[in-house]
Design a protein around this ligand. Structure first.
Ligand SMILES: Cc1cc2nc3c(=O)[nH]c(=O)nc-3n(C[C@H](O)[C@H](O)[C@H](O)COP(=O)(O)OP(=O)(O)OC[C@H]3O[C@@H](n4cnc5c(N)ncnc54)[C@H](O)[C@@H]3O)c2cc1C
Length: 375
């Protein structure tokens, strides 16, 4: 239970955040986000990262000494809630904020934290996640991108695929194989690779929606310094597990909740007076709030605890399937005003059951590690 002091502090935070969001969410985004070009969408989202930082709302739960706000997950959830109500955009710095930052806090050096976190939080550096490869997606331990030791660092060669934000990223959180002779899970190392150097070749992949959010990335002898290796050689799997726990965990789900809540509000605003859809809308609305409730439950639990793992493991399934269903209902009942939005959302949300680990894999994890069922 929060103390009176904590409750008061949260109320002050909530009022300040609400006012700030009212004044800062770009009207163009609020009113036209379904019909903006990809370029304009990216510009607004990137500027939003900077606005959050200027307003003191970037990295709410990250340590103050590295540019965060030193608050807790509770404030993260409060802010995301308010952002959903205010129809705020989601910044482009999400990989850095949600994946790189906690991975570095868990495994990086103070020097790495001091060097990278401030630029993630002020929006200067966009990150991508270089995990998946053409032959290693669900079977992440099978990555074959090689890191060969040379004087002062490593040379990276190999191919990553489905790399979101690659075309604009400054850095990549890259999982590579350092020792092919070592046993599985002990042969990998995590790197913080500079994407703006020769040997990094990015080929955007066009999605069903026509957008190009991700790309295939070929690395040809790309140098990464020893100082940009996370933890020790061979500990990449451990670091990757921290990354994935965050990718499937509370902050990611909270930020998805923002987007789903906003879609749900659009459904209610445009279809709320249709008696034939009432039951379906109510059911979806309840499930949207269930995501929120489940996130709030996880917030009070200790990170890395079995309870936290149990509470968050279901989140990915909840939000991804729900998001697909809201977009189907929107598409089936679109109006001339909402047709652009729902067409795009329908195509975009197809991928939500694949990224952040496919839903089949997530079900395997729940059955084996939460329910204790046999393999
Ligand atoms: C929009 C989008 C963005 C992405 N962004 C990134 C990114 O930024 N960085 C990154 O590294 N990756 C990214 N990915 C890749 C994503 O993590 C992989 O697509 C995902 O892990 C699945 O891997 P795969 O595509 O190789 O499919 P596969 O692993 O080949 O799986 C194919 C199918 O088989 C099923 N399957 C596989 N193994 C099992 C099993 N043991 N039990 C049951 N079913 C199984 C899968 O669920 C899937 O349906 C992104 C993907 C998408 C769609």
């Amino acid at each position: 239970m929060p103390t009176t002091e904590e409750r008061n502090a949260r109320e002050v935070f909530t009022s300040a955040a609400r006012v700030w969001l009212q004044e800062n969410v770009p009207a163009r985004w609020r009113e036209h986000r379904g019909s903006l070009s990809e370029k304009e969408t990216d510009e607004i989202r990137h500027e939003w990262d900077r606005q959050l930082h200027r307003g003191g709302f970037a990295g709410l739960s990250l340590p103050k000494e590295f540019g965060g706000q030193g608050l807790s997950m509770v404030e993260e959830v409060i802010f995301h809630d308010l952002a959903a109500q205010a129809q705020a955009p989601d910044g482009l710095a999400r990989i850095g904020r949600i994946l790189t930052a906690p991975s570095l806090i868990g495994h990086g050096t103070d020097e790495q934290l001091a060097r990278f976190l401030p630029k993630i939080l002020n929006g200067d550096e966009i990150w991508c996640q270089g995990f998946s490869e053409p032959n290693a997606g669900s079977d992440l331990a099978g990555v074959s991108c090689r890191a060969v030791k040379v004087d002062g660092g490593y040379l990276i060669s190999g191919r990553k695929t489905w790399t979101s934000f690659a075309k604009m990223a400054h850095r990549c959180l890259l999982l590579a194989q350092t020792d092919p002779s070592a046993p599985r899970h002990k042969n990998l190392t995590m790197f913080l690779l500079d994407m703006k150097q020769p040997g990094v070749n990015i080929s955007p992949i066009k999605q069903a929606s026509g957008l190009t959010h991700f790309a295939e990335v070929q690395f040809d002898d790309v140098f990464v310094a020893d100082a940009d290796r996370v933890s020790t050689e061979g500990s990449g799997w451990k670091v990757a597990m921290t990354t994935l726990m965050n990718e499937r965990g509370g902050v990611e789900a909270t930020s998805r909740y923002v987007e789903i809540r906003s879609d749900m509000d659009l459904l209610l605003a445009t279809l709320g007076d249709r008696p034939d859809l009432r039951k379906q809308l109510d059911e979806l609305d309840i499930r949207v709030e269930l995501v929120h409730w489940q996130v709030s439950k996880a917030v009070d639990l200790e990170l890395d605890s079995p309870d936290f793992f149990r509470a968050t493991s279901i989140l990915k399934l909840l939000w991804s399937e729900l998001w697909q269903e809201t977009s189907i209902l929107g598409l089936e009942n679109m109006t001339p005003e909402t047709s652009d939005h729902w067409r795009l959302q329908y195509l975009e949300t197809r991928a939500s059951s694949i990224y952040s680990g496919s839903n089949e894999i997530q079900r395997n994890i729940i059955s084996e590690r939460v329910l204790g069922l046999p393999r």
